[in-house]
Ligand binder design. Structure first.
Ligand code: SAM
Length: 448
């Protein structure tokens, strides 16, 4: 029998699992809800507690630190309980402080003992009495932005070096906002207007998207559980991601290689654009992930996707030169553009990861380049905003591959709204531009 658990206890379990690197936030919620039999009316609070606390970890620690006068080390779960309680006191108006304190003390009692319960009670009461330290008083700009946006200071400095201080602050602050829930309409089966009406009948409120013409924005309800989703009328995808397939300028009957394809968001988009013609060859390093692509292709009714488990750096052993009209490298990256969806990224990724990933990105590009037909388009994309993984990778690729040039026509293929951000066949979308994920896309053309 499933155990019915208190929402806050379940949230604390989840936070602890993330802290110990035993879970990813975006996959965790679903299992927390299932395992603990969380009632539908409590799912919102559970989500808010896990994401809110995680998103604001450094801010909450700044608020808490002056009240932890004792030298003794406190256990991880106690610190997380204090952060989570503080999060509710500072950011959630609808939960009265006395309820927060009561629950915190109860959890401390049952997970620890009476002594810990009175420690937790004492700290939270002191904070109530004395008030929070002021972030505005922090003199150093990097440190202030770091605490205010809960972003590690090295990352604030890095964004400031790449984009300037003002933009770095906008990037970091915008990552605290809840992400939009958007989906891409499968135009082979329906259209935006029809799908919005279908969803309405299912009790889901949606409206047309803002960037991509085939996008819908979900305002209320869970599309992942809808019949329309099961029937393959849509794919859950961020609007900035939808621009990638457009950058490839897909034409019917083409052969397209998607070198890093799982879970298949872009492969399925390309296959939809091919309208049952041509072929998408979708590769991924991991077999279990390749299965996800196959599942999506089946759900969406797309017979023109062929999958293969393969390290894309070894494509030369499997495909002849000049065998594809278009190639997509949607590369593995740090994911600094999707911190809203996966807040742990900002605390766990390091400068070493950036370096290691940029090497892999370059290796994949080098390996796939010979497979493209002359005149064909190679699109490189990432969901990060770090220039070392984006424009720098393309710069080094072009220096090595004189047979490629920037595809200046990219501007004609992307929606009007993003045109001002395109130059030299590249676009870097920052999360605060349109409220989407941060995304980088570069289109390159092989000379004839
Ligand atoms: C950004 S994700 C791709 C997302 C996918 N294009 C989509 O739209 O759903 C990067 C993918 O690259 C895969 N990957 C990492 N290194 C790889 C390699 N050397 N060869 C092939 N795939 C790789 C990862 O397993 C991951 O699924």
């Amino acid at each position: 029998m499933k155990k019915l658990k208190n929402v806050r206890t379940a949230a604390l379990d989840g936070l602890l699992a993330i802290e110990k690197n035993q879970a990813y936030s975006h996959l965790l919620l679903h299992s927390l809800i299932e395992k603990n039999d969380i009632r539908p009316k409590d799912i919102g609070l559970l989500t808010e507690l896990v994401y809110g606390t995680l998103q604001r970890k450094l801010t909450l620690d700044f608020y808490l630190s002056p009240f932890l006068k004792e030298k003794k080390k406190i256990e991880d779960w106690v610190r997380l309980l204090l952060w989570m309680s503080l999060y509710q006191m500072v950011y959630l108006d609808r939960v009265p402080d006395r309820a927060v304190l009561f629950e915190a003390v109860e959890i401390a009692k049952s997970r620890g003992h009476k002594g810990i319960a009175s420690f937790v009670n004492g700290i939270l009461r002191n904070i109530q009495r004395e008030g929070l330290p002021s972030i505005e008083d922090i003199e150093d700009d990097f440190e202030r932005i770091s605490i205010q946006s809960s972003t590690p200071i090295w990352l604030v400095r890095r964004f400031a070096e790449q984009y300037g201080l003002e933009t770095a602050e906008k990037i970091c602050m915008s990552q605290l906002l809840p992400p939009n829930q958007t989906a891409r309409v499968n135009l082979n089966k329906t259209n935006v207007h029809e799908l919005i009406n279908r969803l309405k009948i299912e009790g889901i409120e949606a409206t047309a998207g803002e960037l991509a013409p085939e996008a819908i924005k979900v305002l209320k309800g869970n599309v992942a559980k809808s019949e329309s989703f099961q029937k393959g009328y849509m794919t859950i995808q961020d609007e900035s991601s939808m621009l990638v397939a457009k950058a490839l300028d897909i034409q019917e009957n083409e052969h397209v290689l998607d070198s890093c394809a799982a879970p298949g968001g872009k492969s399925t988009h390309i296959a939809e654009m091919l309208s049952n013609t041509g072929k998408v060859v979708s590769l991924d390093l991991h077999e279990h992930k390749v299965k996800l692509i196959e599942g999506q292709a089946k759900r969406l009714g797309l017979p023109n996707i062929e999958t293969k488990t393969l390290d894309s750096r070894h494509v030369a052993n499997h495909f002849p030169v000049h065998s594809f009209d278009k190639i997509l490298v949607d590369a593995p990256c740090t994911g600094f553009g999707v911190i809203r969806r996966k807040p742990e990224i900002k605390y766990t990724k390091t400068e070493r990861d950036i370096k290691a990933l940029s090497n892999i990105q370059k290796e994949i590009l080098d390996a796939v380049a010979p497979l493209l037909k002359p005149g064909g388009i190679l699109v490189y994309s990432t969901c990060t905003i770090d220039q070392e993984e984006n424009s720098e990778v393309i710069k080094s690729f072009l220096a090595k591959h004189q047979e490629f040039t920037h595809d200046e026509k990219l501007v004609d293929r992307l929606p009007k709204k993003v045109k001002d951000y395109i130059s030299f066949g590249q676009i870097q979308i920052l999360p605060h531009y349109f409220g989407t994920d941060g995304f980088y896309i570069s289109a390159l053309r092989k000379k004839v």
